[in-house]
Design a protein around this ligand. Structure first.
Ligand code: RB5
Length: 151
């Protein structure tokens, strides 16, 4: 994939199987995985896992975060409440590439009930191997939090 990274992973019961598959792929590729759970199919609340992963990314314990729930929507909404997080909800390789290149996303959200495992693995590879482009995007990212927007 790329240089060795520290990746924080989190999922609810709807995303746990895909999260475990991604963890195995990341470990096989030589990355360090910080797995914040969940570990089983018992019903849990996705924000608990989103916040744990995002705190690890915001605190620089992890380079990137990956969040999986049924749709990816709840995880992405939770993640983006953290002002240090830019989370992209991604369903294909193109948006995976562009959320890194244009949004400098530091967290990836996936919907395990929406995309297949092979697509998720391709997305993961695109996300981890695409660099942020900077330039004009710096100005836009600086305005992401409402207090920095122009009137
Ligand atoms: C859990 O049933 C489901 O709501 C959750 O996985 C996710 O899709 C929420 O956005």
């Amino acid at each position: 994939m790329t240089r060795s990274l520290i990746i924080a992973l989190g999922a609810d019961h709807g995303g746990v199987n895909l999260k475990n598959r991604l963890a195995a792929a990341l470990a096989d590729a030589g990355h360090q995985v910080l797995d914040f759970g969940t570990d089983g199919l018992a019903s849990v609340d996705y924000p608990d896992f989103a916040h744990a992963v995002c705190n690890a990314v915001a605190g620089t314990e992890a380079d990137y975060g990956i969040l999986v729930c049924g749709t990816g929507i709840g995880m992405s909404i939770s993640a983006n409440r953290n002002p240090a997080i830019r989370c992209g909800l991604v369903h294909d390789v193109t948006t995976a590439r562009l959320t890194r290149a244009h949004n400098n996303a530091n967290v990836l959200a996936l919907g395990a009930r929406i995309i297949g495992e092979e697509v998720a693995l391709d997305i993961l590879n695109a996300f981890l191997t695409t660099a942020y482009e900077g330039g004009r995007h710096d100005r836009r990212l600086a305005k992401l939090n409402p207090e920095h927007a122009e009137p």
